[in-house]
Design a protein around this ligand. Structure first.
Ligand code: PGA
Length: 241
């Protein structure tokens, strides 16, 4: 794993954007794995600005998102579908047909997991996957204890994840209890991974990532076995390393 230290959230976002834009511009078509949450919001802002100023085109880009809440429809303001359209897709020239987010309202969720996994495979796999990291080491919504062999699957969200995400809802009670997420093996198949982390709340997670042994108790630890991972993190997040 390569670590790039930057001074703050803005620099993390800019550095990540440079990397993504370089990839998008160098490949005629590419598949980008996307994350939601507070961490990549600045990156998406930078991509939008660059699209407007420099004309980087996303016509040849396919995207696959990591996860979605179970039970929230595409119209729900807290769905990751809405997040992606608000924070990125509506502002760039990507074709909606090329964007993929697992459905949290499919009638048969098991079938939806298989469909999503197959679609990623048919697209030729993910060239570059963006990741955040949860305080408990989750990547996507793969909570501690998730099998490293897992493909796209349904998860029970831990109390700490629901509490961390309650800031987007009007109460903790409203935060869904389940989600559909790419699995650890789905993520590990990506050819390249860019993990972003900013702020004090990520200090412990990054320390454990660097120091702990590879274990399903700390899902992100598996990234140490991936041949092409870059961490872009700010000074606050890296303070314990
Ligand atoms: P955050 O979430 O970007 O909102 O901190 C990251 C995560 O939980 O994976």
């Amino acid at each position: 794993m390569r670590i790039i230290e930057v001074s703050d959230y803005k620099q993390m976002s800019e550095k990540a954007a440079q990397h993504v834009i370089g990839k998008v511009r160098s490949l005629d078509c590419m598949t980008l794995g996307l994350a939601t949450g507070g961490t990549p919001q600045g990156l998406y802002g930078e991509l939008i600005e660059d699209h407007h100023v420099n004309g980087t085109s996303y016509k040849g880009v396919k995207t696959f998102n990591l996860d979605e809440y179970i039970g929230l429809s595409k119209k729900d303001p807290n769905s990751y579908f809405q997040y992606m359209y608000t924070n990125l897709f509506s502002h760039i020239d990507i074709s909606p047909d090329n964007t993929h987010i697992p459905s949290g309202t499919a009638a048969d969720l098991g079938e939806e997991c298989d469909r999503y996994e197959n679609m990623m495979e048919e697209a030729g796999g993910i060239d570059l996957q963006i990741l955040g990291i949860g305080a408990n080491g989750h990547i996507g919504f793969n909570e501690p204890g998730t099998s490293f062999q897992s493909g796209t699957h349904i998860v029970e969200l831990t109390p700490s994840t629901r509490e961390a995400n309650a800031r987007y809802f009007s109460s903790l009670e409203e935060v869904p209890r389940k989600a559909i997420t790419m699995g650890i093996s789905s993520i590990m198949k990506s050819r390249e991974i860019l993990l972003l982390a900013s702020g004090k709340s990520k200090q412990e997670a990054l320390k454990k990532l660097m120091e702990n042994e590879v274990s399903e108790h700390f899902p992100a630890s598996i990234l140490k076995e991936h041949p092409n991972v870059t961490i872009i993190a700010d000074t606050d997040a890296l303070k314990l390393i």
